[in-house]
Write a protein that binds this ligand. Structure first.
Ligand code: IPM
Ligand code: MG
Length: 361
């Protein structure tokens, strides 16, 4: 069977890191005898420049017809002055919602080799870190009603969640916790927000279906603090769109760098969307400086969740671990140790490809 993958390089470092991930998928295809077909699609600033809209209908259609979507990053200063609905980020929200990928899995996993890149005291992270943030992705304040008063002197955005939106997200989170270390923490602001109180009610109603999972609740401000005080207390964190956006950036840094964090966005059976959690870093775009590993690890998630190619996914993750074990680093994850060699984007991608090839012989 041939796997159709819709690719959206996007803006800034997006094309740099996506190019390396495609090289890795090609190497996986060669090693395991799989055929991947890639189509390149416009979104974000690149689409605004070429077609005048951040998400052309042809892009969404191509994504819907594929088995999975691999995305780099969108946005940049060039488009910052545009009104909200015309910005590159509107394309990103449009594709998430257009594909119905409501559950965003963001694993904050620390490769043991990168312990020195973690900004926390070694004793706080000794034994490693393995947290999965399950972020709601197609609802909440990102998609709620927003506007400005006619005099322009006030503005509003709305956090709104329905029972069914919360329930389907929490089911994914409970299932993940059941299959991992059996702890689920629902993070909210239930001391203030009515929508958070609904999240708690729904969590309590779903919990009996997952008797092996220990459910707890935590306010988001406390969670932000606990993540740096004692991150090893967490297994799976489930939270709303905006809280998940914020906490996943924080958690990523604990693993060494935001340049390492992959993500999978899943819906009800349609194509999944895979993207690094970092942004488009326009300041280093096209300079062979970006770390491609988050996108390469996103490609591994794509193999696992959308194509159900578990051995292939593991091969990619293993190749990344081997590269790190050899002391190869991008600038964002170097610790300065003499045993390290700092590589650019292309050389890092090639190092992962070489690992995959070598493992074959
Ligand atoms: C992310 C990003 C996006 C988000 C931006 C670029 C709109 O920060 O994927 O975390 O807020 O979801
Ligand atoms: Mg973010």
């Amino acid at each position: 069977m041939r796997y159709e993958i819709a690719v959206i390089p996007g803006d800034g470092i997006g094309p740099d890191v996506v190019r390396e991930a495609l090289g890795v998928l090609d190497a996986v295809g060669a090693r395991f005898g799989r055929e991947f077909r890639f189509t390149s699609n416009l979104m974000g600033g690149a689409a605004i420049d070429a077609e005048g809209v951040p998400l052309p209908a042809s892009t969404l259609a191509a994504c819907r017809e594929s088995h999975a979507v691999l995305l780099g990053a969108v946005g940049g200063p060039k488009w910052d002055a545009l009104p909200g609905a015309k910005r590159p980020e509107a394309g990103l929200l449009g594709i998430r919602s257009g594909l119905g990928v409501f559950a965003n899995l963001r694993p904050a996993f620390m490769f043991p080799e990168l312990a020195a890149a973690c900004p926390l005291r070694p004793d706080i992270v000794s034994g490693g870190l393995d947290i999965l943030i399950v972020r709601e992705l197609t609802g909440g304040i990102y998609f709620g009603e927003r506007g400005r008063s006619s005099d322009g002197l006030s503005a509003w955005d709305t956090e709104r969640y329905s029972r069914s939106e919360i329930e389907r997200l929490l089911e994914v989170a409970f299932e993940a916790a059941r299959d991992r270390n059996k702890k689920l923490c629902v993070v909210d602001k239930a001391n203030i927000l009515e929508s958070s109180r609904l999240w708690r009610e729904v969590a309590a109603s779903v919990a009996p279906n997952f008797p092996s999972v220990e459910l707890s609740f935590m306010y988001v401000d406390n969670c932000a603090m606990q993540l740096v005080r004692n991150p090893r207390q967490f297994d799976v964190i489930a939270t709303s769109n905006m809280f998940g956006d914020i906490l996943s950036d924080e958690a990523s840094m604990l693993t060494g760098s935001i340049g390492m964090l992959a993500s999978a966005s899943l819906g009800d059976g349609g194509p999944g969307l895979y993207e690094p959690i970092h942004g488009s870093a326009p300041d280093i775009a096209g300079q062979d400086k970006a770390n491609p590993l988050a996108t390469i690890l996103s490609a591994a998630m794509l193999l696992r969740y959308s194509l159900h190619l578990e051995d292939e996914a593991k091969a990619v993750e293993k190749a990344v671990a081997s590269v790190l074990a050899k002391g190869l680093r991008c600038a964002d994850i170097k610790s300065g140790a003499a045993s390290e060699r700092v590589l650019g984007t292309r050389a890092m991608g090639k190092a992962v490809v070489d690992e995959i090839r070598e493992a074959r012989s």
